[in-house]
Design a protein around this ligand. Structure first.
Ligand code: SF4
Length: 1004
């Protein structure tokens, strides 16, 4: 681990400062101060090279050394900022080496004012002190070349050699100091490290050892994991899915997962496996959650992965995962056992038949944690996470200890639903989010939103947890068709002149310093002067960049009373830092070490800059030999860390509003996905798979071409000439070639289509070519559309009557008993379109009761609205792409007639224009670009909406695709297979006949 990770490691919360702002600009500013201090040290060294002393300085000295504690060996790597060596030539008389003293200097930039009280610095920046003292302790205990003692076992590693040859007595001359630099002014303050700091180093080692012991316990728990299959009886199509998933991952002999607790024979070391991505397409109602959890638990137990991340954007989906896990892991004989009952529909999965406890409400043999947003954890009167505004941030370490909150990771049986966390936080007077943060490393399954992996603002919660290693993690992303747009949104920002004016007034109110006031005034003027434009003028863009650069530096370096400013204003001020990073193209990928895969072409910079006094090099070769690093490291090449290109757009959709839009997050997604050991992207609509792969950045070459390892020539060949040995260096084996081929093959994504034979013939589809719903022509057809809605509802009513009169209908009678049996669903591309059809219905004198979906409602309100409307309306008017059309599963089996009013192509605006232009720039033709930007997203919304009408065997739906475009091949081929070959309806008679026809294989 790096010394930085070592210093930053904590099991619970730590009392630290507010934490300085981070980002590329901060790194650059830090580098600037490092460079200035280097110049100062060089001058200091030159001054010492007079009279009886000689001095030398090395900068950014790389170090890898072992450190042993309680049976664990920690190999720490780091880079010492400055190593100043002073040689006292007086002591070199009589043939003895001169006395040498070495000072380790760590340079840290801080945003608070300097000079500061040393104890305050220790409280605010404990990591910095630990880092410096770690270097000192490592150097002290390291084996030395001149040391006659036997080298410790770990020193057998060639890296574990101290680069300095200081002599046997030199250990006592080692010192460490921290040099703080106030980032805004450059004022410095040096703090020498002492005995207390050394004690804190040992306390940190103790924490690490405790953590590792707990990790061993967690690994043992996983090896003995017991779980039931997700389904007691399999639905048609599920019979081979576990084997299919295993085969898709190319990882082992399939067929052992159905047995509870059976040991699995898969044992190849993870490091030999290529990262594998599987696209898993399964229809709504297939039982994806259970299937994927069963597969993932098997892989965890087999040791293939150490952790599962299950991401889904809706809290209801996350709760479903928790319930399924609880039911699958419930002990035999419990009410939660899925042995009783029957499968056949998703509603009879283990979780739903035996709902068991609420999320986190009971122990499960697999430790799982559902992560909710920080705001939902909040117990303060206002959600404003600064010390002066929140009493729950004070004195964290002692409150954590006195509150006994370590129980959340020490014991497996602690309820940890949100209410339990909030109650524990209130009791301990400590922010409940700290409990989630501390407990995550001890859980095998993390369940949460996409943001915790893909958003630059939120991913720290997962990626910064100790022990989290993406390479050993299986990542499951549910509803993955939303991933590209969700990540692009997370990487986009907006600035509004109204907000800027408000902030300016608030800055005046709290009497902020004048440089910040002036800079914010200029920013406000700039925003106020913006007019609508699809792309910002270059001169204005330059002004915006200058303004943001200045503001970001000022916000970071200016002390402000954020408690008095309040959360809204603070948020806008801090946003300037994100805007600066956005403008610099830094999306947190370049700076996040856990996203740097070993094979990535974007490697970590490995520059080793050693600068020494040139005089020493030429005039005193003896001294030079004391530091071998000086000889070798200057010549090492520097490799560049090139961030992936992310197309962006600066534009103004209206006056006074500046949008920072990420046009395509593919490169960011691809880079993130490649960091994981295994990835499953699951959805009902992933096709066309090549386009989905491209939108996830998985279509490009991911790594350096793999090379087979050479093998030694057979001994039978005897002694070979030098030339022959050279020629045979490329010799390899068939097994090696096969391994490389398999590695390359598995590096690309694979598509696994789940079989669902119960959906065959479940839809009767008609394509209504009488109307044109394009924006230019739809108005001419409003009356026809209204009449069609009326006619479809009439057909639904007739079918419901037919079903209710069926005497023997084990399947149909329950459906017909429901009052919703004749309610139809009509999907529109926009609210405006739906409004116009409601007006047309009124104009035509229709008696139809229409319920239009409410805007901006949360999931609970949406569900309640659906239930109400199914009872009270004749037609539900829903908008394609909204959560009503994509997340509400209440319509399956309850709405048998539906209509889609045109493909829901995205709105034509500056973003889509720019996306088209960007694709064309990269070589795609206009037709292909149009398909990518408009047609595929539009038809995906149609497929998503229709998929939810049939969620279980026995359900059927009659669907009218109401626009002639659905008959065009470019649209028709984008429909899912079940809806692709609908009957063409060319006139009113054909519509009447189609509506009255009996369903091919059922009761409609
Ligand atoms: S620190 Fe925690 S309790 Fe305080 S405001 Fe933030 S979320 Fe709320």
């Amino acid at each position: 681990m790096s010394v930085g990770e070592f210093a930053g490691f904590t099991l619970g919360p730590r009392d630290a400062g507010q934490g300085g702002p981070s980002g590329l600009w901060r790194v650059q500013l830090g580098q600037e101060w490092h460079a200035r201090l280097r110049t100062r040290t060089e001058a200091e060294v030159a001054a010492k090279n007079q009279g009886s002393t000689r001095a030398d300085a090395a900068f950014e000295v790389p170090l890898t050394l072992p450190c042993m504690h309680r049976g664990w060996t920690f190999k720490l790597t780091g880079r010492i900022d400055q190593l100043v060596t002073v040689f006292d030539l007086h002591t070199s008389d009589g043939g003895h080496r001169p006395d040498v003293s070495v000072v380790i200097r760590e340079i840290k930039t801080v945003s608070g004012p300097l000079p500061a009280d040393e104890s305050a610095l220790r409280t605010d920046y404990p990591d910095y002190f630990l880092q410096a003292i770690a270097y000192l302790a490592l150097l002290r205990s390291a084996p030395r070349r001149s040391d006659s003692r036997p080298a410790p076992e770990a020193a057998a590693d060639p890296e574990a050699i101290l680069p300095l040859d200081l002599g046997a007595t030199a250990g006592s001359a080692l010192k460490a100091e921290l040099v703080f630099v106030e980032i805004g002014t450059g004022i410095t303050q040096s703090v020498a490290l002492g005995a207390d700091d050394e004690m804190s180093f040992h306390a940190q080692l103790e924490r690490l050892a405790e953590f590792l012991d707990l990790q061993v316990r967690a690994r043992d728990r996983l090896r003995g994991l017991q779980f039931h299959p997700a389904f007691a009886a399999l639905r048609p199509g599920q019979e081979t899915i576990q084997e299919d998933l295993l085969a898709a991952f190319s990882c082992g002999t399939p067929g052992t997962l159905q047995t509870i607790g059976s040991p699995e024979s898969f044992s190849a070391p993870p490091s030999r496996r290529a990262s594998t991505t599987v696209f898993f397409e399964a229809p709504t109602g297939y039982g994806k959650t259970g299937v994927l959890l069963e597969f993932a638990l098997g892989r965890l137990r087999a040791g293939r992965f150490g952790r599962l991340l299950y991401l889904t954007s809706k809290s209801t989906g996350q709760l479903q995962v928790m319930r399924t896990l609880a039911a699958m892991c419930a002990p035999r004989g419990d009410a939660g056992s899925p042995q009783a009952g029957s499968a056949g529909t998703e509603s009879v999965s283990a979780a739903e038949r035996f709902p068991g406890p609420s999320a986190g409400g009971a122990p499960t043999p697999v430790a799982a944690w559902q992560v909710r947003p920080k705001a939902e954890h909040c117990v303060n009167s206002v959600f404003h996470c600064v010390r002066d505004a929140c009493p729950y941030l004070a004195d964290l370490e002692s409150r954590w200890t006195h509150g006994g909150l370590a129980r959340f990771y020490l014991f497996d049986n602690q309820p940890h639903d949100l209410e339990a966390l909030r109650a524990a936080g209130r009791d301990a007077q400590l922010c409940p989010y700290e409990i989630t943060r501390a407990a995550l490393p001890f859980n095998d399954v993390w369940i949460g939103d996409y943001n915790y992996v893909f958003s630059p603002d939120n991913r720290g919660l997962f990626f910064d947890r100790p022990g989290f290693n993406p390479e050993q993690t299986l990542l499951v992303v549910d509803e993955a068709h939303n991933l590209p747009s969700r990540v692009a949104d997370a990487c986009s920002h907006v600035a509004r002149s109204g907000d800027a004016e408000f902030v300016l007034a608030e800055l005046h109110r709290v009497r902020a310093m004048s440089p910040l006031l002036l800079a914010w005034e200029q920013w406000t003027r700039l925003l106020a002067g913006l007019r609508h434009t699809d792309a910002l003028d270059l001169a204005v863009e330059d002004d915006a960049r200058d303004a943001i650069d200045r503001l970001a530096a000022l916000v970071a370096g200016t002390p402000l009373d954020y408690a008095a400013l309040g959360p809204g204003v603070s948020e806008i001020l801090w946003k300037t830092l994100a805007l600066r990073d956005w403008l610099a193209g830094d999306f947190d990928f370049a700076s996040n070490p856990k996203l740097k895969t070993p094979n990535s072409k974007f490697q970590t910079p490995n520059s080793k800059l050693i600068v020494q006094n040139p005089e020493l090099r030429t005039l005193n070769p003896e001294l030079r030999t004391l530091n071998p690093e000086l000889r070798t490291l200057n010549s090492e090449p520097r490799t560049q860390n090139s961030p992936p290109p992310v197309p962006t757009l600066l534009w103004c959709p209206r006056a006074g509003e500046l949008r920072f839009t990420c046009l395509d997050a593919a490169a960011l997604i691809g880079r993130t996905l490649r960091a994981f050991g295994g990835v499953i992207l699951a959805s009902a609509t992933l096709q066309p798979a090549d386009v989905f792969a491209a939108s996830c950045g998985l279509d490009e070459a991911t790594a350096e071409p793999a090379r087979p390892d050479p093998i030694a020539p057979p001994a039978a060949l005897g002694k070979l000439s030098r030339r022959s040995r050279k020629a045979m260096r490329g010799l390899t084996s068939g097994a090696e070639l096969l391994r490389v081929e398999e590695a390359e093959e598995s590096a690309g994504p694979r598509l696994l289509l789940a079989a669902a034979p119960w959906r065959d013939n479940a839809y009767a589809v008609g394509v209504d070519t009488r109307v044109d719903t394009t924006f230019q022509h739809r108005m001419q057809f409003y009356a026809a559309t209204a009449a069609t809605v009326d006619a479809l509802q009439g057909a639904a009513q007739t079918a419901a009557g037919r079903r209710s009169s069926t005497v023997d209908g084990s399947r149909t009678a329950p459906l017909a008993e429901r009052p919703s049996a004749s309610v139809i669903a009509v999907f529109f591309p926009s609210y405006a379109y739906a409004d116009n059809i409601i007006k047309a219905l009124k104009t035509a004198g229709s008696a139809l009761r229409v319920a239009l979906q409410p805007r901006g409602a949360d999931l609970a309100v949406q569900a309640a609205w659906v239930e109400d409307s199914l009872l009270q309306a004749d037609a539900l008017f829903l908008v394609l792409g909204s959560s009503f059309a994509e997340s509400i599963d209440l319509l399956g089996g309850r709405v048998t007639h539906a209509m889609v009013v045109g493909p829901a192509l995205p709105e034509v605006n500056a973003i889509q224009h720019s996306r088209m232009a960007e694709l064309e720039r990269t070589g795609l033709g206009r037709t292909a670009a149009f398909r990518r930007v408009y047609q595929i997203p539009g038809m995906q919304k149609v497929n998503q909406a229709l998929g939810r009408l049939v969620r279980a065997p026995g359900q059927q739906a009659r669907v009218l695709l109401h626009c002639r475009r659905f008959a065009e091949p470019s649209y028709a081929t984008l429909l899912s297979g079940e809806y692709r070959h609908g009957a063409l309806i060319r006139n009113d008679d054909e519509l009447t006949r189609w509506l009255g026809a009996s369903f091919p294989a059922g009761n409609l």
